[in-house]
Design a protein around this ligand. Sequence first.
Ligand code: 1CP
Length: 389
Amino acid sequence: MILPPQHPLAAGRTTESRLVRAYRGERSDTTPVWFMRQAGRSLPEYRELRVGTRMLDACLDPAMAAEITLQPVRRHRVDAGIFFSDIVVPLKLVGVDVEIQPGRGPVFGRRYADAAAIAELTAIDPASLDERAEPIREAVARTVAELDGIEPATASGASDGSGGATPLIGFAGAPFTLAAYLAEGGPSKDHLAARTLMHADPGAWRALMDWTADLSGRFLRAQVLAGASAAQLFDSWAGALSLGDYERHVAPASARALSHVHDLAYATGDADASGEPATLAVPVVHFGVGTGELLGAMRGVGVDAVGVDYRVPLDVAAERVGAGVPLQGNLDPALLAAPAPVLEDAVRDVLRRGTAAPGHVFNLGHGVPPETDPAVLTRVVELVHEAGA
Ligand code: 1CP
């Protein structure tokens, strides 16, 4: 399906942005940069806005979600916004009993760790998300309308005068990471309940994974159709798995989730071999923590770019994912609190190693720690734009 003409990719507003070009494996005037968890507690303007509003209520308030998404773009002049939401939002929307507890994370009213509980959950039709996703569509549309007026920044933080817009990245949780919460009923360290279930009852596991894949896939599709120019699938906890278990019990469901967005395409302006207008699919990125052993397999589920955590240097990751794959990452978030010269050396090292990939999007190896000084993030953006040219 060709994206609607007003979509930023279809209208050519983000097609040549540094971010989208890097995900296509192209280099621009400089290296694009954004940060996982760039919206949120590191920003005083976020903490102020969130007073008295619960996390999931904030996610489902279109004006608030749009404003929170835009805050770090205005402040840091990053090359992309990441939609302010959470991986459990689609579950909440279809009626699953889930809350996000401050300082803890998603907590469910029960655990989904056996066939009976999973049968109850999967009796909910994932397609019911489509009609309930209006707050998501509205928040994305509001965000994109504002981002349309924010041109990419030069190294000094000034607008570059290109007339282009800042792209929005939509995201969803991968089936395994969602199942890790559902099976446990909340956050866990080793995701033991999910890892047991996939072996103890492969049929129930498969049903749970297919269901979460369809729900997450529809959540992602809604964001792209409403205006997101790229999509990131977060399989944050996949690093808990062996390669064999990942390939057998998880990768097919991640591919299924992404099948919900693979047909969404924009015209490049060129003609293909048969003279028809050439099209490209919306770029998809795949990220997980501690996934050094899985990088090749994660690329294999059908993604354009792979996000790398801080444990594997980008030049090593480039070999593991195979030739021609753009990479995203991977400054250790711990370095944000280190003395400036140490941090700057680390940023330059990430940039140098990132040249091993055809395209590089600078990011952290995981989310921004809440106690991070926001001025340090702004400085990192400037340094990446300056040194990444
Ligand atoms: O009280 C608060 O402010 C809640 C903290 C918070 C925030 C700001 C949570 C609870 N979620 C979010 C937003 C969020 N969640 C974003 C926003 C966009 C941005 O990056 O700026 C994103 C992308 C997510 C996705 C998410 N939620 C992931 C995948 C990304 C990652 O960090 O690995 C995961 C694993 C979650 C679950 C979750 N939600 C919240 C927390 C604290 C957690 C992790 C809990 C755990 O440790 O298991």
